[in-house]
Design a binder for this molecule. Sequence first.
Ligand SMILES: C[S@@+](CC[C@H](N)C(=O)[O-])C[C@H]1O[C@@H](n2cnc3c(N)ncnc32)[C@H](O)[C@@H]1O
Ligand SMILES: [Zn+2]
Length: 370
Amino acid sequence: MKEMKKINEGEAKLVLSEKVFFNPQMELCRDISSLAVEACCENFGKEMHLVDGLCASGARGVRYAKENSCVGRVEFVDVKEDACKLAERNAKLNKLKNYEVHCCHINDFLFHNRGFDWVEIDPFGTPLPYLQSAIASFRKEGMLSITATDTAVLCGAHPKACLKNYGAKPIDNEYCHETGVRILAGAVVRYASSLNFGAEFYLSLSLQHFFKLFVRLRTGAREAVENVKKLGYISHCPKCLNREWRLNPPILKEKCPRCGGKFEHAGPLFLGELWDIRFLREMRRINQQRSYVNKWKIDELLAVMEEESGMPPTYFDLHKVAEKLRKSPPNFESFISKLGEKGFRVSRTHFKRNSVRSNAGIKDVSSAFQ
Ligand SMILES: C[S@@+](CC[C@H](N)C(=O)[O-])C[C@H]1O[C@@H](n2cnc3c(N)ncnc32)[C@H](O)[C@@H]1O
Ligand SMILES: [Zn+2]
């Protein structure tokens, strides 16, 4: 096989080939995922059996095993022979002891093998075609790690494709990344529920061109039903920036009660919690002990997620609000303090700069511009 180059990423040495996909920009995503694996170790209380589902060079599986001593065994799966050969080579190069490379369709592998602790689904585009087999491959519980790069679809650039793939209406506005993540999370909840699993979102991330979700799945009809009850809709008024959210089954208002403008709706989507604060804190603690190039970037991201967990499911882009009010955007830090002094909960959001999450509505956010 013609080699392109050798690189180091995290604790791994990787051989790359021009025939096999590898995106160096996803290092940060792989760093975060490796931290998430370690943060899960205690939960399982045993060696983890992990699937690197669409493995390409095997970068993820190799890193997860090398960087986290709790990983017991890795199954590398890719449909392309060149990828399988490269994953085998990288596993050997990094002296992995307990692994196997499977050259087949991921759904075939997952439908015929069960009982994993962590299933990684890192496809080109949407993870939807692999969700059912991934969730069904867990026995009582497991961690699902999914990447989606069809962010343009989920964020409303192609609403028909979103309706076709996810059965949901997206919204193309200043918080479209969050509604996109919530539409994806909603799809996970529906698949999980149909297989009698409840889903808990440990971490949800939107960065560059991708979304990443770490989801804890546990069998149980009650948990599944509770999750489905958290599906609903967000209604947004583009005229005055008012927004409302409603759980299923919704009676959606046509008009914004604040200004009479026409509401735009997004959903069905997941309105529940996108982060688990203890998990984020554990990841931050582990990150302190690592020497990733992205260490401080990761710490900042996790810190912001800690702030935004437990907050309402949309945020206000202060530039957008300023534009509506025909005012100049306020100083970000002073605005946060001002809203806080008025008694509201307020946080930053990792989804967008210069944006705040708050239990204040648009009226109080606007009056804090005075
Ligand atoms: C985005 S790349 C994976 C990148 C890799 N996880 C990383 O971090 O570098 C997607 C990989 O999925 C493989 N693939 C596509 N469809 C597949 C399928 N149905 N089953 C298994 N592998 C598949 C492709 O050959 C490709 O290597
Ligand atoms: Zn309005």
